[in-house]
Design a protein around this ligand. Structure first.
Ligand code: SF4
Length: 383
């Protein structure tokens, strides 16, 4: 099979070399950056690699955890590797790197938090394999083929006439704007249609209405259609809940397992507990039937179709947003109820709003962001 991503990348290399010769710079836009720009200009200014590009000097647990689970799933779908082994090896290496990084504060509490997360990741992936071995083959939420796993892309953004967009800033510098990102899976369904599949680790159940109102994957659909030159049908959202099924506790008299129907578990885990305690499955028919009749709440796969109108429109909106980012925008904060929980820059933001001298805080708590691949602004294309 022809590797369309490799073909696209080699075309991009030629294109980027021509841009360099012409003196045209490339402005890389990621979906996170778009979201930050629209949610809070000040946060965007702190985080964006084309602005201050700083990040907190501490281990970012949610990002770390999601990356590890993605790593396990990538190898599971690429080469049928055991995702738990892949996750374990990745976690061990990355934890070692964090411990050796002098800028990251590593103490007992952090170590404990990471240990617990490793345990959770392992169990989630172990259970995922059991679930996916049926779900991936089902007519309703399965797929016929995995075409690509974990691919980075860089695609020129188009103007309203479908031409590669350029922008000249107030210093007379000409720019081309490119969307960059990383796709989890490209799959083909049982009718030969193409879809993206996006893995998500989540605390809560995915709400289909929330997914419809989130445009991140529409951007990715737009980009991947530029690369494939073929329409895509939509996106499979593949959610792994950050929770493992509860093992039923033994009764106080030790003569059996609790049959409480509110248990947050699966029939497989309950059955395992029966076997582990040498009990008779016939005594648990009712609770097992109850668990079998409930939908699996630990994994969720939602298929969301997108039509060509919305995909094309999203491409155009990208163009408008990229120009706004390049066009020397005003920078101001957008303080909301979410800042306390959702912003890594809140200490710096508060200090700046108070008019404090922020230099010390900046050095003590933040450092220059480190990124690679298509996100690296010092390289024009992933090497
Ligand atoms: S704390 Fe709120 S206002 Fe300040 S940078 Fe973060 S998101 Fe923006």
């Amino acid at each position: 099979m022809e590797d369309v991503f490799a073909l696209h990348e080699s075309r991009m290399k030629v294109h980027l070399a021509a841009l360099e010769k012409e003196g045209v710079k490339v402005f890389k836009v990621s979906t996170t950056e778009r979201e930050e720009f629209k949610a809070c200009r000040r946060k965007w200014d702190y985080a964006s690699l084309s602005r201050q590009g700083i990040e907190p000097k501490r281990a970012a647990m949610p990002l770390w955890f999601g990356t590890g689970v993605h790593e396990g799933l990538e190898h599971y779908y690429k080469s049928e590797a055991d995702p738990v082994e892949v996750f374990d090896a990745w976690a061990e290496k990355s934890i070692q790197e964090m411990k050796e990084d002098k800028e990251i504060k590593w103490d007992e509490a952090t170590a404990k938090q990471f240990d617990e997360s490793c345990d959770l990741g392992r169990k989630m992936l172990e259970n995922y394999v059991t679930w996916a071995s049926i779900a991936d083959y089902s007519e309703e939420i399965g797929f016929a083929k995995v075409l690509y796993t974990e691919r980075e892309f860089q695609v020129p953004i188009l103007d309203g006439n479908g031409n590669v967009a350029r922008f000249v800033d107030r210093n007379d510098q000409e720019w081309e704007m490119h969307l960059v990102g990383r796709l989890d899976l490209v799959v083909e369904d049982f009718h030969g249609r193409l879809w993206l599949l996006d893995h998500k680790t989540t605390k809560d159940k995915l709400d289909p209405e929330t997914l419809v109102l989130n445009d991140q994957m529409v951007n990715y659909l737009w980009a991947v259609q530029q690369i494939f030159g073929r329409p895509f049908e939509g996106v499979y959202y593949n959610a792994l809940r950050k929770k493992v099924p509860t093992v039923p506790p033994l009764l106080k008299n030790g003569k059996g397992l609790s049959k409480a129907k509110l248990i947050d578990s699966t029939p497989e885990v309950y059955m395992q507990a029966i076997e582990d305690n040498d009990l008779d499955p016939d005594d648990y028919t009712e609770i097992l039937e109850h668990l079998r009749s409930k939908p699996n709440t630990f994994f969720q796969r939602e298929k969301l179709r997108r039509n060509q109108y919305e995909i094309k429109l999203q491409g155009y909106l990208l163009y408008l947003e990229a120009i706004d980012m390049l066009n020397d925008p005003f920078i101001y904060p957008n303080m909301t109820w979410n800042c306390k929980y959702m912003c890594d820059y809140k200490e710096l933001c508060k200090a700046e709003s108070r008019g404090d001298d922020t230099e010390w805080l900046r050095t003590a708590m933040y450092r220059k962001r480190k990124v690679d691949g298509v996100y690296d602004r010092t390289k024009t294309v992933a090497e």
